[in-house]
Design a protein around this ligand. Structure first.
Ligand code: SAH
Length: 356
């Protein structure tokens, strides 16, 4: 068992079973032994690979999308160019490179990185030094400016709770100890009011998830954009009112039992995009497949330009990256995107129109 596993066992022994969100929060965010606090998880040597790490094209076309939104809103300056959970800083670096020639964009931009991990802050600082970024611990600390924000694979990394309905009512999933081992269990039946009303009609046997941090963060972003203008582009895996148990642990590119290696495996859950929409309260696009979005933003054209300077293995890798990002059998439809924009402003380009 890991060091964090021992800490969690002592805690459960002292005060009883903990909620899944408490377990995930400790595993992901513990200041010393948390997954993100202590490592750079990306790439072949790490646990998983994200779209910006697959190809620069991802950030380039999304950067141009953000710049178009900024132009469409009258080029407000100064403004916050913000990213939630920027990882190694690759996406923001690609956004900034692609938008270098957009008049006034770099001059007006205050680059703000919402990041809790000291290890990843250090990587971002190296990568983005020339743009003098500032860091924030939470969206509450974003500067009071028009907000042009992007978040890729951020919301899936927030702690969730799970609830299961039995004939007796809804039970919360808990993490406890059985014979000295971490095990899932469940709470006694909860009052109906403990569950999101969207799930009121779900039959016995149903499992649903709640993501309180997602709702708080999305509400803050929504208020900021409504008051000051701007957009938020969110890309992640999940669905519209995603249902069922979507908790997953990944360690060294392999699925791992979620309680097996606390703090040493990435724990994620599908993003409930409907919950984002409800919490922001902003005009929004339809839920759009990543592949469709990237294609509409011109990724194929950009890919051809880059291919012209490549040959051999590097050309092969480049072509494979385009396929991986856009093909429906790869990330193209597993990953979804949604755009939010200030009331009375044009919808961001490339996204599906809102669903009826
Ligand atoms: N967007 C990056 C990284 C995704 S991994 C990419 O696409 O490559 C998730 C990122 O969110 C990491 O940078 C992690 O440290 C950060 N993170 C996770 N939970 C967070 C929280 N509650 N507040 C701020 N950052 C968080």
């Amino acid at each position: 068992m890991t060091a964090l596993g021992d800490i969690l066992k002592a805690r459960i022994t002292a005060t009883g079973p903990i909620t899944l969100a408490d377990y995930m929060a400790a595993c992901l965010q513990h200041p010393q032994f948390g997954y993100y606090a202590s490592r750079d998880p990306f790439g072949a040597a790490g646990d998983f690979t994200t779209a910006p790490e697959i190809s620069q094209m991802f950030g380039e076309v999304l950067g141009l999308c953000l710049a178009q939104c900024w132009l469409d809103q009258g080029s407000p300056a100064p403004f916050a160019l913000a990213e939630l959970g920027p990882g190694r800083g690759t996406l923001m670096a690609d956004i900034l490179r692609a938008t270098k020639t957009v008049p006034g964009f770099h001059n007006g931009a205050q680059v703000v990185l919402v990041e809790t991990s000291p290890t990843l802050r250090a990587a971002q600082s190296q990568r983005l030094a020339e743009f003098a970024p500032v860091w924030a611990n939470t969206v509450e600390d974003l500067p009071d400016l028009p907000l042009f924000l992007i978040a890729n694979e951020f919301f899936d990394a927030l702690p969730i709770d799970q609830f299961q309905r039995s004939a007796a009512g809804w039970h919360q999933r808990l993490v406890g100890l059985v014979d000295g081992t971490l095990q899932f269990g469940r709470s006694p039946a909860l009052p109906e009011s403990a569950i999101d009303p969207r799930f009121a009609e779900d039959p016995p046997g149903s499992v649903v998830e709640a993501n309180p941090a997602l709702a708080t963060i999305a509400a803050t972003i929504g208020q900021r954009i409504a008051a000051r203008g701007g957009v938020a582009l969110v890309i992640d895996y999940g669905g519209w009112r995603s249902k069922g148990d979507t908790l997953q642990a990944v360690r060294r590119h392999q699925p791992d039992p979620p309680l097996a290696h606390p703090g040493e495996a990435d724990l994620t859950a599908h993003v409930d995009f409907e919950a984002l929409v409800l919490a922001t309260g902003l005009p929004h696009s339809g839920l759009t497949d990543q592949g469709a979005l990237l294609n509409r933003l011109g990724i194929a054209h950009r890919a051809e330009r880059l291919a012209a300077n490549l040959a051999g293995d590097r050309l092969e890798t480049h072509r494979a990256a385009l396929h991986r990002l856009t093909d429906p059998r790869e990330m193209g439809s597993l990953f979804k995107a949604i755009a939010f924009h200030a009331p009375g402003t044009p919808a961001p380009p490339g996204f599906d129109p809102p669903h009826a």
